[in-house]
Design a protein around this ligand. Sequence first.
Ligand code: ADP
Length: 381
Amino acid sequence: MKRIGVIGGGQLAWMMASAAQELGIELVIQTPHTSDVAVGLAVETVLAEVDDVAATATLATKCDVITFENEFVDLDGLRKLATTEDVCFIPPLAALAPLLDKYTQRCYLRDLGLPVPKFAPLTHSELPLGFEFPVAIKARRNGYDGQGTFIIKDESALADLYHRYPDTPFLIEEFVEFDRELAIIAARGINGEVVTYPILETQQEDQVCRRVFTLQDLPDEIVQTCNSIASKLLTSLGAFGVFGIELFATREGKVLVNEIAPRTHNSGHLTIEACATSQFSQLIRAVAGLPLGSTALTCGGAVMVNLLGYEDTHSDYLAKRHQLSAIPHSHVHWYGKQESRIGRKLGHVTILVGTAPHSDPQDYRAQAENLARQVAAIWDE
Ligand code: ADP
């Protein structure tokens, strides 16, 4: 395989392109903006919206197989294309089908017997029977980075939400009092083998991921539960490729699935430096039909901090990036976006914490948190 088509041209496609280059594979991308960061690394770009199926037909003529950077696609249109033009998508469209709408995704997970928060479609501006405030309300489609997810505390906030988005189909969920949020990146290769990465803790603020930590203190039972959730899900979906699975861990030791993304995931960015095979390289391998690589940590642990926009401006924040690069064992990834907007992901920094597994998990965690604070002190100043 020589060329992979990617629907989407943002930072995930950009990191995918670097991994593809190392494996001698070229990327062609479909994206509407010439300014998108992956355009510079792609051998060719089809300039069109990601849900433009005619453009995807053109993309298909330029590559051997197509994968996804985001899931905001026209699935029915792509299905027709797959049948009439014999276009190959990885993950297969059948594996995407239950996942694109958060409500059908929840139903799929529940029907598979996986633990999920209590949920229902929201059909009117009153709290459905069986729910109590606070609740989580989510746009069923096209939500990302917390856009489209709302924690609603009372009747008036619910009425206000309905007023602001009268035409948006929503899903309602019980508010989970989680102890921490976990994420697992999993890959399934062409031979059906599922591999999982070390389980991660993610920390969100205002529903947006701020920090990700590798863990030293996760009970074996939880590790096994998460791994078996990943394996069951990917196998049942008949999925190939890389998937990000977000979970809530409760104080009582329960794990609930929050969400599954059919692609590489923000929580897995630290795999670039901290694991033997990055999630991006793994995706390229799965898509190209190559054997999957080792997911093992190659260091003691790592912390990843997202560099989120905190103002509306045009700046490359060069001075701050130099300061971040000066932190020992740090790796700064700057996505080269031309505009900063509040909450926009402009880059991320991964810092490796030691070279060997730490004998004292608390000591490791204290170091990792201290490093995350150092990043925040530079970035958020
Ligand atoms: P997105 O798809 O935009 O990432 P998510 O559904 O993953 O949205 O929600 C973003 C964040 O909002 C979660 O990581 C979590 O912190 C919070 N959240 C989402 N659903 C719930 C819930 N049911 N209970 C408590 N917090 C939630």
